[in-house]
Design a protein around this ligand. Structure first.
Ligand SMILES: NC(=O)c1ccc[n+]([C@@H]2O[C@H](COP(=O)([O-])OP(=O)(O)OC[C@H]3O[C@@H](n4cnc5c(N)ncnc54)[C@H](OP(=O)(O)O)[C@@H]3O)[C@@H](O)[C@H]2O)c1
Length: 247
């Protein structure tokens, strides 16, 4: 018996990194999961296979959140493959060239906001309309909203939007027992992190982290699982820093 038996979950960006760990953990806890990805079809198929081999259910859909109508398509896919919608995890993130504000085009700003923030609004709107009572919405943000660095304006802005949406949704949906929270990872060992940080930087971050290492995707997935299950029922409107103490 898993704590999420009978639950249906939608996870954005489940092919790699933190999203993959979340899909696998929610499925291991008994949820049937639908997740999307943009490009990594082989890795998405591998996630489906890993879950299947463990006796769980995960269905991947290649739906690019940059495209108009993508969220409707993802939710239609969830309708087809899930027997009810109980858990939403907004995790997908656009990987983009980090530049100073002076060098950031309007097109880049719009692209980041569309994938990271607007898609979260639209999935939450679906959840507000069709999620079952006592559901869970978990939005993945970043430690950078409280500790921003240079060359990250669209990214940090998009995550700020997600955090504010979370607080409003927690108030609006609380009457139905639906909780809405943010999990902010610190430096977590994924392709995204390694793409932007040389090894020496990662070693320095690990030294500065009270728990003495980089986060792993499973560290974040376990916090998401806590919020997704019955034990998370009294937490809502919260921003939870899953950073090994690096705050
Ligand atoms: N890693 C860190 O240190 C760190 C720190 C703080 C916060 N976070 C947050 O944690 C979350 C996951 O980050 P990560 O490090 O796991 O990222 P990642 O390794 O780059 O994985 C990103 C995921 O999002 C999907 N994705 C990207 N663009 C998409 C699009 N347009 N449409 C649909 N899916 C798309 C990717 O699919 P494809 O495989 O098809 O590209 C992939 O599954 C993000 O919200 C990020 O902001 C991460």
């Amino acid at each position: 018996m898993g704590v999420l038996d009978g639950k249906g979950a939608v996870v954005t960006g489940g092919s790699r990194g933190i999203g993959r760990a979340i899909v696998q953990r929610l499925a291991a806890d008994g949820a049937a999961v639908v997740f999307n990805f943009a490009r990594s079809a082989d890795q998405a198929a591998e996630v489906e296979q890993v879950v299947r081999d463990a006796g769980g259910h995960a269905r991947a859909a290649q739906i690019d959140l940059a495209d108009s109508g993508a969220v409707d398509e993802l939710m239609a896919c969830a309708d087809r493959h899930l027997d009810g919608f109980d858990i939403l995890v907004n995790n997908a993130v656009l990987d983009f060239a980090h530049t100073a504000i002076a060098d950031t085009s309007e097109e880049l700003y719009d692209a980041v906001m569309t994938v990271n923030a607007k898609s979260a609004f639209l999935t939450m709107r679906h959840a507000a309309r069709s999620m079952r009572d006592n559901g869970r919405i978990i939005n993945i943000s970043t430690l950078m909203t409280t500790r921003p660095g240079p060359n990250s304006a669209p990214y940090v802005a998009s995550k700020g939007v997600v955090e504010q949406l979370t607080k409003v949704a927690a108030i609006e949906l609380g009457g139905r027992g639906i909780t809405v929270n943010v999990v902010c990872p610190g430096a977590t060992d994924t392709e995204l992190l390694r793409h932007y940080n040389p090894e020496a930087t990662l070693e320095r971050i690990a030294r500065l982290t009270p728990l003495g290492r980089l986060g792993q995707p499973d560290d974040i997935a376990d916090v998401v699982a806590l919020l997704a299950g019955h034990d998370g029922r009294w937490l809502t409107g919260q921003i939870i820093y899953a950073t090994g103490g690096l705050t």
